[in-house]
Design a binder for this molecule. Structure first.
Ligand code: FES
Length: 501
């Protein structure tokens, strides 16, 4: 896409005003180097930030960073709009709406907002909806968004999210005109940060020790109150229930997942793992819930990976290296735009398997400087997986592996005691569990018992459109704080290396 930007204005700000979204994982603070644009006509001086992130070759072909670019005079630029988020929601069979009473279940994820229209009496899902969380323009991961909110708590995150809510509700109301008055309940599940932004609360305290939450959810209100004066086509008096989480890090999305999978109703010992910037893992054992949240950083979401991106159309999600030939698959087979979390894990696992990375994480001499050439972008540029990318993955995988190790240790549980490990969230569709075991992200013993379960947060909200939640669950909860754990640091150091080659 080409666009003309006026002189005297920051290009990223101008694009945001025009509702053009490009990749800006660091929310414009100049640290990620992802907001690339190409100068077609006019003049854009090379900035200090450009020099930090772009090669001589890129600069000479007119590549610049939008967040650092302020042209004197109008310029024409070319940009890659962000691909659609890969928003698989639930496996369901669409059903005809027969004017019955319904509920709307909503999961507000950091990347995607998903919803299900569900018939109250039968529990059938009639339709699902998904869209990108428009807050993404304020940062790809939750930490960047909290930082943005701490610096500019002016309601932008809340307004953006509420506008997304209105779009979602109107989508169902337009598609099924009969439901406007027939929605009896809206149930919202989300992590604690998203609940803060939904309710207009400052997220600053969630970003600093002791990570105090101003709310964990549990609020009941009318749609009118939730939307703060915005109009939606659903009756404004419809009751809204926001699910309750356990703590700042173990949010309502996890509580909803436990409900969806019926983990407390079962005698089995199970682990539920949601991998992301924070890897939340719960162990349900003898009807009690034990949880950890491991700060994995943005690598598993492609954040601090040089060629990384979110799980959008065109993201490399799977990698195979055989006989020195590398083949990749992208989400929805769209042209390559970067590598998402599952691609990062696959890539490292394949490099290990082929002896191109050693146990310490060092790339083979041949690739040490530039990186391993994974594939090409459509414009011919090579996408390299670099030494630094491997280091970022090592930090992330070690945090997750050590977190799980401590969780099992503190609860006197061995991997053999666990009946099933559920992988939820974005990774709960595409994760190659063999690769996850090969890089040491998850214990191999547990990977053998893994089930990819997708969006359990939405599944739980669907269930709670018909029933009340199990409030006892909150009394059975114990969080193991990794920051205070005497063994976490030594585990983290031990797990940095790869154990398989
Ligand atoms: S460097 Fe521009 S958005 Fe990150």
């Amino acid at each position: 896409m080409e666009i003309v930007c006026p002189g005297g204005k920051n290009i990223l700000k101008y694009l945001l005003e025009k509702n053009v979204t490009i990749d800006t994982p660091c929310a414009g603070n100049g640290s990620c180097g992802k907001c690339r644009i190409k100068l077609i006509a006019g003049d854009l001086p090379v900035t200090k930030t450009d020099k930090e992130h772009l090669s001589e070759e890129e600069l000479s072909t007119g590549i610049r960073l939008a967040c650092a670019a302020v042209p004197d005079k109008p310029v024409r630029i070319e940009l890659n709009e962000l691909g659609n988020v890969n928003a698989v929601t639930l496996n369901y069979k669409s059903a005809a709406y027969d004017n019955g009473v319904c509920g709307i279940a909503i999961d507000i994820g950091t990347t995607t907002i998903a919803a299900a229209l569900t018939e109250t009496q039968s529990g059938r899902i009639l339709d699902v909806y998904s869209a990108e969380n428009s807050q993404r323009r304020f940062g790809a991961d939750i930490v960047t968004r909290i930082r943005f909110d701490s610096l500019n708590h002016n309601g932008e995150l809340t307004n953006t999210l509420l506008d997304d809510m209105v779009k979602l509700l109107n989508h169902f109301a337009v598609k099924y005109p009969g439901i406007r008055k027939n929605i009896r309940k809206i149930v919202i599940s989300a992590n604690t940060t998203m609940i803060h932004t939904l309710l207009g609360k400052n997220t600053a305290s969630l970003g600093v020790y002791p990570f105090a939450a101003l709310t964990l959810g549990g609020e009941e209100m009318t749609l009118k109150t939730l939307l703060r004066g915005r109009y939606s086509a659903i009756d404004k008096n419809t009751p809204v229930y926001i699910l309750k989480g356990f703590s700042a890090h173990i949010g309502a999305d996890i509580a909803s997942g436990i409900t969806a999978l019926g983990l407390l109703e079962s005698d089995k010992t199970a682990v539920l793992c949601d991998l992301g910037t924070n890897a939340e893992t719960v162990l349900v054992k003898n009807k009690r819930i034990y949880a950890i949240s491991a700060a994995a950083g943005p690598a598993l979401e492609g954040g601090n990976i040089s060629c990384g991106c979110a799980g959008v159309d065109g993201a490399v999600c799977s990698v195979k290296i055989q006989d020195s030939v590398c083949t990749v698959k992208t989400i929805n087979n769209k042209p390559v735009c970067g590598v998402c979390g599952t691609g990062v894990i696959d890539c490292a696992a394949e490099l290990l398997k082929n002896g191109l990375v050693d146990k310490t994480g060092r790339l083979h001499d041949r690739y040490f400087i530039k990186g391993y050439p994974l594939t090409r972008y459509t414009d011919g540029r090579i996408l390299y997986f670099t030494q630094d990318d491997i280091r970022q993955l090592q930090l992330a995988k070690s945090a997750v592996a050590s977190g799980i190790e401590i969780l099992l240790k503190r609860t006197d549980t061995s991997p053999e005691d666990i009946d099933c490990m559920y992988i939820a969230g974005g990774f709960g569709y595409y994760l190659n569990t063999d690769s996850a075991a090969a890089v040491g992200l998850l214990p191999r013993e547990l990977c053998k018992k893994a089930r990819l379960v997708g969006n359990t947060s939405l599944m739980g909200a669907v269930k709670l459109c018909r029933e009340r939640d199990n409030t006892d669950m909150y009394n059975s909860f114990t969080e193991i704080m990794l920051s205070n754990d005497e063994d976490f640091n030594s585990s983290f150091i031990e797990n940095i290396n790869f154990t398989e080659e």
